[in-house]
Design a protein around this ligand. Structure first.
Ligand code: FES
Length: 126
């Protein structure tokens, strides 16, 4: 059996939503101390709905595929729904990740949660 699913390879080769949102409403950056990979998420939110999402990932192929899939899963969704996104759901949508690569999908969940938290804080201040 191939180590990585077709979906993982496809999102790794053609990642969706790569880039930066200059006037983002929420930005989250997380890293994994063990592997040194870093992921940054940008959210554009209107009426509590995620209108746009972009990411920059300095990391392994699984982290890039996870970020790509995670952005697809939350785009157009209400904030409350995006908050529920789990790394297991991201890995499942990718048709699985090898066990020792599950932490890469955790990074995607954490980056989104961190960006949503940043959005919430900014909203409270305004
Ligand atoms: Fe660290 Fe994939 S090896 S995020």
């Amino acid at each position: 059996m191939a180590l990585y699913s077709e979906k993982v390879m496809e999102h790794f080769r053609n990642p969706r939503n790569v880039g930066v949102i200059e006037d983002a409403d929420g930005v989250g950056e997380v890293g994994n101390a063990k592997c040194g990979d870093i992921m940054k998420m940008y959210l554009k939110i209107e009426d509590d709905v995620i209108q746009d999402v972009k990411f920059e990932t300095f990391g392994c192929g699984s982290a890039i595929a996870s970020s790509s899939m995670a952005t697809e899963m939350i785009k157009g969704k209400p904030v409350s729904e995006a908050m529920q996104l789990t790394n297991a759901a991201v890995a499942e949508a990718l048709d699985g990740l090898p066990a020792y690569k599950m932490h890469c999908s955790v990074l995607a969940e954490e980056a989104i949660k961190s960006a949503l938290e940043d959005y919430r804080k900014k909203k409270e201040q305004s």
